[in-house]
Design a protein around this ligand. Structure first.
Ligand SMILES: NC(=O)c1ccc[n+]([C@@H]2O[C@H](COP(=O)([O-])OP(=O)(O)OC[C@H]3O[C@@H](n4cnc5c(N)ncnc54)[C@H](OP(=O)(O)O)[C@@H]3O)[C@@H](O)[C@H]2O)c1
Length: 297
C-alpha cells in the first residue's frame, strides 16, 4: 500500500492497458468545479488524461474560466449541457446542492446510462438513486482533504448497477488524487468518514498539541513547529514504507526505561485508545445522522 497514488508506470500491464483505455474512451463531466473537482482534474491531466475528454460546469464563471485556462478542459455554465454525452458524471458540488443538481440531470443521466460518481459527503447511493433513477449506476466515494495535494485516501462503494468496467473507471479517476480502496458494504462509509474523512483533522489536532507542548517546554515557536511537522512526516513515511505494524514500530523506538516509554505511559494512563475510539464513534454517529438528514428515501 502506498500513501501516494501509484504512477501509471507502476501499475501492472493489464492495469496500465485498462488505464489507457479508460483515458481514451471515457468522456467525463464534472458538475461543480471547486476545490475537489480542480484537484481531480489536475491529477487526471497530469496522468495523461486527454483534457478534451473532460467538461466542467459551475455556477461561478470565473472559476470555470480558470479551470479552462489551467487544464485545457471544456467548460460550460450549464450543468445539462456539460453532462450531455458524458459516460461518467462526477457530482462535485457541496452535499446540500446535490439534490437539486441530481434532479436537474436525472432524465438525461438515465437516458445516457451514465455512470454517476458522487464525492459528496454523507449522501447515500440509495438517496441518489431515488433522485436520479432506480437503475442508475452509482459509485459513492469518500475522499479526504489531502486529495487537494494528491495524497488523499478515498473509499469507494459501487451499487449493484455498476459494471466491472465502470468500477475500473471510477477507481482510475479517484486514484488521480491518491490511494483508493473499495468497501463492499455502504454502511462502512460512516466508519470511513470517521477514520479517513475526518482523520486529517485529528492529525492536525495532535500536531497542534505537540507544537504547543514543545513551546511550553521552552522551544522557540518556529523550532517547535518545524520539529512537529517533520516528525509527523517522518513517522508517516516510516509507517507506510515499513512492512511492520505501527504498534511494532512504536515498540522499536520505545526503549525500556527511556523517555518515549515515560511519555507513552502518560498517554496510556489517560486511556488514549479509549479516547480515540469514543471520538470515532461520535464522528460515525454524526455521519449517519447527516445522511438521514440529506435524504431518507
Ligand atoms: N474539499 C475536501 O477536502 C473534500 C473532502 C471530501 C469530500 N468532499 C466533497 O466534495 C464535494 C465538493 O467539495 P469542494 O470542497 O470541492 O467544494 P467547493 O470548492 O465549494 O466546490 C463546489 C463548487 O460547486 C459550485 N456549485 C454550487 N452549486 C452549483 C450548481 N447548482 N451547479 C453547478 N455548480 C455548483 C460551487 O459554486 P459556488 O461556490 O458559487 O457555490 C463551487 O464552485 C462536496 O460534496 C464535499 O462533501 C470534499
Amino acid at each position: 500500500m502506498s500513501a501516494r497514488k501509484p504512477p501509471p508506470e507502476c501499475l501492472s500491464i493489464t492495469a496500465r492497458i485498462l488505464y489507457r483505455q479508460a483515458m481514451n474512451d471515457t468522456t467525463l463531466a464534472f458538475i461543480g468545479g471547486g476545490n475537489m473537482a480542480g484537484s481531480l482534474i489536475g491529477g487526471l491531466v497530469a496522468d495523461g488524461w486527454d483534457p478534451h475528454h473532460i467538461t466542467v460546469s459551475d455556477r461561478d464563471p470565473e472559476q470555470l474560466d480558470q479551470l479552462g485556462k489551467r487544464f485545457g478542459v471544456a467548460i460550460h455554465p450549464d450543468n445539462r449541457a456539460a453532462a450531455t454525452g458524458a459516460g461518467v458524471v462526477v457530482l462535485a458540488v457541496k452535499p446540500q446542492v446535490v439534490e437539486p443538481v441530481a434532479r436537474e440531470l436525472a432524465d438525461l443521466l438515465t437516458h445516457q446510462h451514465s455512470l454517476v460518481i458522487s464525492i459528496a459527503a454523507g449522501i447515500r447511493s440509495d438517496t441518489l438513486r431515488h433522485w436520479i433513477g432506480e437503475r442508475t449506476a452509482i459509485v459513492r466515494t469518500m475522499p479526504n482533504t489531502p486529495a487537494l495535494v494528491q495524497t488523499g485516501a478515498t473509499a469507494l462503494f459501487a451499487n449493484a448497477m455498476v459494471t466491472a468496467g465502470q468500477r475500473d473507471i471510477a477507481e482510475t479517476i479517484l486514484r488521480a488524487v491518491g490511494l483508493t480502496i473499495w468497501v463492499e458494504n455502504e454502511s462502512m462509509m460512516d466508519a470511513v468518514t470517521a477514520l479517513s474523512g475526518s482523520g486529517p483533522a485529528y492529525f492536525f489536532l495532535f500536531m497542534e498539541a505537540l507544537q504547543k507542548a514543545g513551546s511550553a517546554l521552552g522551544l522557540p515557536e518556529r523550532t517547535a513547529r518545524l520539529l512537529t511537522l517533520q516528525t509527523a512526516l517522518g513517522a508517516a513515511k516510516m509507517a507506510i514504507e515499513s512492512p511492520e505494524e505501527p504498534a511494532r514500530l512504536r515498540q522499536r523506538v520505545t526503549s525500556p526505561g527511556g523517555t518515549t516509554e515515560r511519555a507513552i505511559q502518560v498517554f496510556q494512563q489517560h486511556n488514549f485508545d479509549e479516547l480515540v475510539l469514543q471520538a470515532l464513534e461520535a464522528a460515525a454517529a454524526r455521519s449517519d445522522e447527516l445522511a438521514e438528514q440529506f435524504g431518507n428515501p
